[in-house]
Design a protein around this ligand. Structure first.
Ligand SMILES: C[S@@+](CC[C@H](N)C(=O)[O-])C[C@H]1O[C@@H](n2cnc3c(N)ncnc32)[C@H](O)[C@@H]1O
Length: 492
């Protein structure tokens, strides 16, 4: 199979050749129309063949395919050849005969989608659109997804490890749910499956009624390792169904953006001077901002791939809590900090917590010396940003400091990316692969993050910090990151 770019090239060459033929026609007959057509076809065909024209047409703002896969061929599995199929069926025949057994399900009648789909009703729907959560075998909350957060007002935030009863208390029909739980789960072998109705009053969506299905999840030893719970929500106000979907899609779009961003930003930014310089400034390594003590407790909010967390802990005795909620960012974060990961706060290292930073529920008051928010506050709506800052203030020790860095109203992305490109070229790092990643990072910033980036001035962020309980602005600059970012430090 030919790939798309080869076909494009051939089309370009053909147009070019037709142009050349028309040019000969002009020399033969002096036809001016032939001359015009020839010139146009030679130019257009030549550009297409060299990949100039279609690439520039294709790379509109939302064409984010900057990593052309080497494998552009169809992924359909080719059917087995007759010989190969015969070999495999013969293997099954021999294997069943030698064991004197039948293949499981070999006596099943053909599945008929129109008659047999009842079976699908009881299958767990655990996709990203379905609110779901997980419990361990002791009914402690382990995890939940973004759809659950939305439908149930982030009500599990900070409850990881707590008994699910704590969450059940928040339900409108908690008595019914408790009675059902005692009947079905207390003092006997738990069932493999359970279904019940829950009711929750959401601040935004009003009364949410959910059909909750609990599926027992066995561990490798076959014993109950925990529970997967999916919820099919319906809304007392039917309009709210659409509001919920809209919110959910906006959340998923953002999740996807951060996931895509995770794939490229690290490599690009860590190879510049400006980004490591920004981190040094925030960490107080360059003199303008106070240095962070070597044994400080630091919270890194929206920790991304872990560049800051790793720098904070390398060669120091700091306890760093890295909070992040994007799954791809989290996997890079675990990888970058794998030598330092810790699971409690008794020593030092990096403790990774998957949590939405709009709530720091579960973290003690007056706990951290420093909270760092690099390039994350802007991704929250103003009301959420204020809630988050109030939470940051709560978890800081008196006198502790929040260091907030990010874009501002006057940020000029083109200037910043020009500088980044200049530095990559100067260091001889602007390979074709790096160029693709650079374009990827730039396009995500411009077109996907763009609508969120330029909403506040430095004065706005200072006012937000002071309105959230901070006492004093201890440092500010609007000239960080090649002159395009602000840093605001505020103490409690
Ligand atoms: C631009 S990246 C910055 C990452 C990191 N601070 C750094 O400097 O490398 C922003 C990060 O914030 C995370 N983030 C955005 N909104 C968040 C939220 N509500 N809760 C947790 N993390 C969030 C994103 O997933 C992303 O990893």
């Amino acid at each position: 199979m030919m790939n798309e770019s080869r076909i494009t090239k051939i089309v370009g060459v053909l147009i070019f050749l037709i142009g050349v033929v028309l040019l000969f026609c002009y020399f033969e007959k002096g036809d001016r129309a032939a001359l015009l057509a020839a010139v146009a076809m030679i130019l257009v065909g030549g550009m297409i063949a060299c990949g100039l024209l279609l690439r520039s047409i294709k790379s509109g703002p939302f064409d984010l395919v900057f990593f052309p896969s080497d494998d552009t061929e169809s992924r359909t599995v080719s059917p087995l050849s007759r010989g190969e199929r015969k070999k495999r069926t013969t293997y099954v025949k021999k294997a069943t005969e030698s064991r004197a057994v039948a293949v499981p399900g070999s006596d099943a009648p053909p599945f008929k989608i129109l008659e047999d789909s009842e079976v699908l009703k009881n299958m767990p729907r655990a996709d990203v659109l379905t609110p779901m959560y997980m419990l361990d075998s002791k009914y402690r909350i382990i995890d939940w997804n973004g759809a659950f957060n939305l439908a149930f007002d982030h009500s599990m935030a900070g409850m990881r490890g707590t008994t699910v009863l704590e969450w059940v208390y928040l339900l409108e029909n908690y008595q019914e749910v408790i009675d059902h739980g005692l009947e079905v789960f207390s003092g006997k072998e738990p069932p493999a499956f359970d279904i019940e109705t829950i009711k929750f009053k959401s601040r935004k969506y009003g009364l949410v009624t959910g059909i909750k299905r609990a599926f027992q999840v066995p561990g490798d030893d076959g014993k109950c390792a925990g529970w997967l719970l999916t919820i099919e929500p319906s809304f007392a106000d039917p309009k709210m169904k659409y509001v919920f979907w809209q919110d959910l899609f906006a959340f998923l779009r953002k999740t996807l953006t951060w996931s895509e961003y995770a794939l490229s930003y690290n490599n690009v930014l860590n190879n510049t001077d400006v980004y490591p310089q920004l981190l040094s400034d925030i960490l107080g390594e360059t003199g303008e901002i106070t240095a962070i003590p070597p044994d400080a407790r630091v919270l890194d909010l929206g920790a991304g791939t872990g560049n800051i967390s790793r720098r904070l802990v390398e060669g120091h005795n700091r306890l760093v809590v890295a909070m992040e909620n994007n799954p791809i960012m989290l996997s890079f974060l675990r990888y970058q900090c794998e030598d330092y990961i810790c699971y409690d706060d008794r020593g030092y290292g990096v403790m990774i917590i998957k949590q939405d930073i709009r709530s720091l529920a579960g973290i003690h008051d007056n706990y951290f010396d420093v909270v760092i928010m690099n390039n994350v506050l802007y991704s929250l709506e103003e009301e959420d940003a204020l809630t988050c800052l109030r939470e940051v203030c709560r978890v800081l020790k008196p006198g502790g400091e929040a260091r907030i860095s990010g874009p501002q109203k006057k940020t000029n992305l083109d200037k910043l990316f020009k500088q980044i490109k200049k530095e990559l070229k100067k260091k001889d790092r602007f390979s074709p692969q790096m160029e693709r990643q650079y374009n990827h990072v730039k396009m995500i910033n411009k077109y996907l993050l763009g609508p969120m980036l330029f909403k506040w001035t430095m004065a706005d962020v200072e006012a937000m910090a002071l309105n959230s309980g901070f006492q004093e602005i201890t440092f500010h600059t609007d000239r960080a990151y090649a002159g395009q970012a602000m840093i605001v430090c505020a103490s409690k």
